[in-house]
Design a protein around this ligand. Structure first.
Ligand SMILES: [Fe+2]
Length: 225
């Protein structure tokens, strides 16, 4: 029998973070602000079906119980009481046929990350993406990456902050952002996103491999697109 009760317990055993909500730690990093025309991005998700975050697939149980087993992580959500009704979001990625507005590609170019993929997420009020970490499956498979600490995800807010919109990265809560503000965090860091407000929350993610020109390594904090 496997020795860990949950993926979270397994992650704690790796000692890759302190896993103490009471410790003051710097877990998220502000990358800077993209400035420019973010026009018409809402049409990008018009034809997309709303999905949810508790989609556990039976075949995942045949996979090893390790940090890449998404369903093992999602069991934590279900045990905590999350359902397909409160974890919904619209998502478009580089792998489906939906078109990203041109400015999204510009942001990927400017990011200084290589082999970028994009994702745009629309989260309606009342929904949560619960406490999880990213496994970068797409780039892991396509680029055959063994050291995931070389992968970075930039999370950019597509609109100014509105009431009830919140992202948490490790022990840091992020709110009150301006359109274009962008954050990142190291591989394996737990995070979450919620919309307890009255307006949709829109974000863009750029994921790629760190290069010396990657924006989170630079002093500059404003990026004109
Ligand atoms: Fe995530």
């Amino acid at each position: 029998m496997f020795k860990f009760d949950s993926q979270l317990e397994y992650k704690k055993s790796l000692q890759d973070w302190h896993y103490d909500p009471q410790i003051e730690s710097q877990d998220g990093q502000y990358v800077g602000r993209f400035v420019g025309d973010f026009d018409n991005f809402k049409v990008a998700t018009e034809q997309v079906e709303e999905g949810h975050a508790v989609d556990i697939y039976p075949e995942d149980y045949d996979k090893p119980l390790d940090e890449f087993n998404l369903s093992w992580g999602k069991e934590l959500y279900v045990a905590a009481g999350y359902t397909e009704h409160n974890t919904r979001r619209f998502q478009i990625t580089s792998t489906n046929d939906h078109k990203f507005p041109e400015f999204c590609h510009r942001i990927a170019e400017i990011s200084g990350l290589s082999n970028c993929s994009l994702a745009m997420i629309r989260q309606r009020p009342g929904n949560v993406v619960p406490w999880h970490f990213d496994t970068y499956k797409m780039i892991r498979d396509s680029q055959n990456i063994s050291d995931l600490t070389t992968v970075r995800r930039y999370l950019m807010f597509l609109e100014d902050w509105h009431w009830g919109h919140m992202v948490q990265i490790g022990n840091n809560v992020v709110t009150n952002w301006k359109r274009g503000d962008t954050y990142t965090w190291p591989y394996g860091m737990y995070h979450l996103s919620c919309n307890a407000g009255i307006a949709d929350k829109w974000t863009l993610q750029v994921t790629g491999i760190t290069t010396p020109d990657s924006l989170h390594l630079l002093e500059e904090k404003e990026f004109i697109i």
